[in-house]
Write a protein that binds this ligand. Structure first.
Ligand code: PAP
Length: 330
């Protein structure tokens, strides 16, 4: 099973543009713990195969003022945020009990810029997508196309405490691992790479701080969410997201319990038990691999207190003075 997002096969396409090959020669590269090739572009590690789509996104994507961009690091809550944004925006088009989310994985209803829209085409026509268009991305804030930063479009960023982030990524890569690389990944080695920032969309502190600072600079433009906060109070956050994207719930909707219905529709319990998410595939990934446990603090079952201490020290030094912090790293 080839894995365009994470595998060892993520090379730049065999029909290379010379410019891209030349650029590649100048960039730092390394092999991450699952054997995947990463390249450092604009200070962030990305799968080598994604370099071309990322550059195409930067070059050609023209954001509209009505667009909504969901930005994340892998395993921070992308699937959940896609479901929530889609359900909030389309609540007047589909009854909640007839939502497309009941038959489609959230990744199928919200395309990712670099993984879907620009993966096979350099300059796809995205104009036909009805507004408001929703796209996701793992691209860092500084690497986003200028039009996203300069237009009135909204960015929602969700991040997750780094211990659960690593734990989730580690399990996901194991779950989707190609047979060729089926030897067991050593968690210690993987964790060491993670702590050095050598992982997909890493270093995690730089990815988070890029969006955090953008949010501090303009909180109307960038909403900064944490996975743990959504787990703690989802109805509050559904309301918050709806207000942020200017699709607020009316009093009538609140009375009818629409917020709670959307929260339930998008919950881990509901989505993970749907047939489509138990058996289907998104691209080459098993849909089920996007729904593992959906808990806060599962890292404690897989990582040692010493590992947690190491991450805490990194957070202390890297996030110092930023105001960004995580409750669940001890
Ligand atoms: P992606 O960036 O590759 O799309 P992403 O959706 O961010 O992955 O991460 C998957 C994690 O979100 C999984 O966490 P875990 O490994 O700790 O279990 C998955 O279980 C969790 N997740 C997926 N959907 C939901 C949901 N509806 N509610 C809460 N957590 C969810």
């Amino acid at each position: 099973m080839e894995d365009p997002k994470y595998s060892s096969f993520d090379q730049v396409d065999q029909d290379p543009k010379d410019e891209l090959q030349e650029l590649l020669q100048t960039l730092e590269q390394h092999t991450t713990w699952d054997g995947g090739q990463l390249v450092k572009y604009d200070g962030i590690w990305c799968a080598t195969r994604l370099l071309r789509p990322i550059i195409s996104t930067q070059k050609y994507f023209k954001a509209k003022d009505t667009d909504i961009i969901l930005s994340t690091m892998p395993k921070s809550g992308t699937t959940w945020l896609k479901a929530l944004a889609f359900a909030i925006i389309n609540r007047n088009i589909h009854e909640i009990d007839q939502s497309p989310l009941l038959n489609s994985n959230p990744h199928a209803v919200v395309p990712a810029l670099e993984f879907d829209a620009y993966r096979d085409q350099e300059n796809p026509d995205l104009e036909h997508i009805p507004s408001p268009r929703i796209f996701s991305t793992h691209i860092s804030y500084n690497t986003l196309p200028d039009s996203i930063r300069e237009s009135e479009c909204k960015i929602i960023y969700i991040c997750r405490n780094p211990l659960d982030l690593f734990n989730s990524l580690w399990h996901f890569l194991l779950d989707n691992k190609s047979e060729k690389y089926a030897e067991r990944i050593l968690i210690d080695k993987a964790f060491d790479m993670f702590c050095k920032g050598n992982h997909h969309s890493g270093p995690f502190w730089d990815h988070m701080l890029g969006y955090w600072n953008a949010h501090l600079n303009d909180s109307q433009k960038v909403l900064f969410l944490k996975y743990e906060d959504l787990k703690e109070d989802i109805t509050f956050h559904v309301k918050r997201i709806a207000e942020f994207i200017e699709f607020p719930f009316s009093l009538e909707e609140e009375k009818q319990g629409v917020i709670e219905k959307i929260s339930r529709l998008c919950s881990f319990e509901n989505l993970s038990n749907l047939e489509i998410n138990k058996t289907g595939n998104s691209d080459i990934f098993k849909n089920s691999s996007f729904f593992r446990k959906g808990e806060v603090g599962d890292w404690k079952n897989h990582l040692t207190p010493e590992m947690a201490e190491r991450v805490n020290k990194i957070l202390e030094s890297k996030l110092e003075g930023s105001g960004l912090m995580f409750k669940t790293c001890n």
